[in-house]
Design a protein around this ligand. Structure first.
Ligand SMILES: Nc1nc2c(ncn2[C@@H]2O[C@H](COP(=O)(O)OP(=O)(O)OP(=O)(O)O)[C@@H](O)[C@H]2O)c(=O)[nH]1
Ligand SMILES: [Zn+2]
Length: 344
């Protein structure tokens, strides 16, 4: 992946990966008059579509479409039986151009990096972080910010369990980057901050990302009464979350908009994202890096890397000095290793 020319060298100019338009082959049939559906459920090769007519229709993918080419959130053209009557199946014949694609990479058994598209057309990543139990990890937040940036999605930082901890340290780290921060408290019988989050999510297509146990399901149930997400259980065998299923689902918000829930976001390797894109996702640090010597790797042992004097600048107030150290360490860790599990 190469960085697109935006006509400027200014690293503050965010470069979002461009939409790719596939040339239409003359031999391919023209499906442009077929009805359009929105993929709101994927379960082992079966798709649930919300048609533009409002009908829900079940479908499979046409053979000519490659494996994995239809994902949750896609807009697709459909042939066959689109009546939505029981025991009917339509056929997805074309995937329309996506406005965003959230990808992840992971290592397969041969330790090859495999990249996978997991969510299409989502515009907002809600990074869910508990203020305590489990303790917040800025490293994970940074990984998510990079993935969202590379996907072309906006971000919202949602700090849960405010009854157990203070949000100020995280606000100091992320508000200067322009990441909106919202705080919720959903301890037994309380419901603070939810309506603000719901208003923010309305009319967007969002995905909640966060470590196991931070309260994603609790938040989702509060946002969408009747969402029926089960909460609190941790897999006793692996000690990890209990999502063993492969199904992905998009749930409708009461006032409009969608929240996507997919086990795909559990592991969040960023190996498919190039160094420039990782750096661009750290706008404050990118500005400093601009003054590095040519070819600088920005790693801890890189000679004359501009990040070192920036961290140690004389006369810095303590919170700002700590913020800079945290930002540089986070970026350096990300540059050193972009393969990681969200839950690790
Ligand atoms: N004290 C407190 N506990 C909370 C709050 N929100 C959720 N919890 C509790 O935290 C535990 C985990 O919540 P879940 O909603 O299951 O967390 P999750 O992020 O969906 O976890 P996974 O499904 O494993 O990914 C549950 O016991 C919740 O009751 C909160 O605001 N305050
Ligand atoms: Zn450098």
């Amino acid at each position: 992946m190469s960085r697109r020319d935006t006509g400027t060298d200014d690293p503050r100019v965010k470069v979002r990966p461009g939409k790719r338009s596939r040339p239409r082959s003359k031999l391919r049939p023209d499906y442009s008059d077929r009805p359009i559906g929105h993929v709101i459920g994927v379960d082992r090769g079966r798709f649930r579509l919300r048609m533009e007519s409002g009908e829900n229709v079940d479908a499979i993918k046409a053979k000519e479409l490659p494996k994995g080419s239809v994902i949750i959130g896609d807009r697709v053209r459909v042939t066959g039986d689109v009546s939505g009557r029981p025991d009917t199946l339509a056929r997805v014949v074309e995937v329309l151009e996506r406005t965003s694609v959230l990808r992840r990479s992971s290592e397969d058994r041969d330790v090859r990096v495999v990249e996978k598209a997991i969510i299409a057309n989502a515009d907002l990543m809600v990074i869910v972080v508990a203020l305590a139990d489990p303790p917040p990890r800025p490293r994970m937040i940074d990984r998510c910010l990079v993935a969202a940036f590379a996907a072309g999605m906006d971000t919202l930082l949602c700090l849960t369990k405010a009854d157990l901890g203070e949000p100020d340290d995280l606000r100091v780290l992320y508000e200067p980057l322009g990441v909106p921060v919202m705080v919720t408290s959903l301890a037994e019988g309380t419901e603070q901050g939810v309506s603000l989050v719901r208003d923010y999510l309305t009319d967007h297509t969002s995905v909640l990302v966060g470590h196991s146990g931070v309260g994603k399901s609790t938040l989702l149930n509060a946002l969408i009464p009747g969402a029926g997400r089960s909460t609190g259980a941790v897999n006793e065998v692996t000690g990890r979350g209990r999502h063993t299923s492969t199904s992905a689902v998009a749930m409708e918000l009461p006032e409009g908009g969608w929240v996507v829930d997919t086990p795909g976001v559990r592991s969040f390797g960023l190996a498919h994202i190039d160094v420039d894109t990782v750096i661009a996702a750290f706008p404050d640090v990118a500005e400093v890096i601009d003054t590095c010597p040519r070819g600088c790797t920005h790693e801890a042992d890189a000679p004359d890397c501009a990040l070192d004097p920036w961290m140690k600048e004389a006369g810095l107030e303590e919170p700002e000095r700590l913020r800079r150290v945290a930002r540089v360490e986070s970026l350096r860790r990300l540059l050193a290793s972009r393969i990681d599990e969200l839950d690790s």
